[in-house]
Design a protein around this ligand. Sequence first.
Ligand SMILES: Nc1ncnc2c1ncn2[C@@H]1O[C@H](COP(=O)(O)OP(=O)(O)O)[C@@H](O)[C@H]1O
Ligand SMILES: [Mg+2]
Length: 329
Amino acid sequence: MIEVQQLTKRYGPTVAVSDVTFEVKKGEVLGFLGPNGAGKTTTMRVITGYLPPTSGEVKVAGYDVVEESIEARRHTGYLPESPPVYTDMRVSEYLAFVGRIKGVPGRDLKKRIDEVSEKCAITDVQSRQIGKLSKGYRQRVGLAQALIHNPDVLVLDEPTAGLDPKQIIETRELIRGLSGQHTVVLSTHILPEVSKTCERVVVINGGKVVAVGAPDELTHRLQGFESILITAEGPRDEMKARLERVEGVTLIEEREVFDGRATFEVHAAKDRDVRSELARAVVESQWRLLELRTSGMSLEDIFLKLTTRDLSEEESAGSARPETETKEQ
Ligand SMILES: Nc1ncnc2c1ncn2[C@@H]1O[C@H](COP(=O)(O)OP(=O)(O)O)[C@@H](O)[C@H]1O
Ligand SMILES: [Mg+2]
């Protein structure tokens, strides 16, 4: 539904986005994750036709955003980073205004306004002035205007920035409710946002894509080993020594010792499943197995690993690693 191919965007000498390629499938919610200055807004402005690319190609619903910009925009709804605020307009007036600009036929306008208002839970404020609304409501009005012409694709630039925790949860639920009917790409520099809302993530840093995948896929790929947490009741030194001898185990560390039970973190070679062997070792020694589970890196760890490593590489000039290695490691 969205195809971004080798997109590069320069502002004068500044390269904001460099050789970015990714796609968003129909009905998918894709998270565009990166720290401030990574190039998220720039990419979104190109996708929505507000900025021409320096080079590369972007298609929305099969339409080139430069060559067929009117068609492409007809299929796109956009919530900019700071939505235009017509503070003295009433909500329904504003939605009618945007609807007319976006070519919603006059006879459908009232119906569309009612539909998007319901979807975005702003029906009760339709006659209120935008300037008098809370930030959460204003953001939902922004979403409603993006939806007014019923676009296939929604581009949301940091849709939860500046909201309070309750509003954040409401907005996330609203966005999740839009998936399926709409293809959504949302940007964020906040990590929990993507794991809560998105099926797939594109991580961008310094204008470059540094990773693409489902959150748990990324964890798996970036972590060079399998990690298992095992808790058992028994003599801890003996247990540790026994688990260490399980074939495939590369490292074992004590995590917690409490009341006769111990938790160990066990590392094994990547793609080697040692769980049943660990369980057997405990049970055969007649210790009590209390818990056994894999433990991945948190998304936070991944994000830090991806973004900090790349920056330090850029600083040490000329030491750039081959791209495949950077992506896979
Ligand atoms: N209009 C502009 N003129 C010059 N540089 C810009 C402009 N907009 C953004 N940049 C630069 O491009 C880079 C990417 O910015 P942006 O796309 O806004 O990132 P993000 O949305 O991820 O924070 C930053 O280094 C920023 O300073
Ligand atoms: Mg931005």
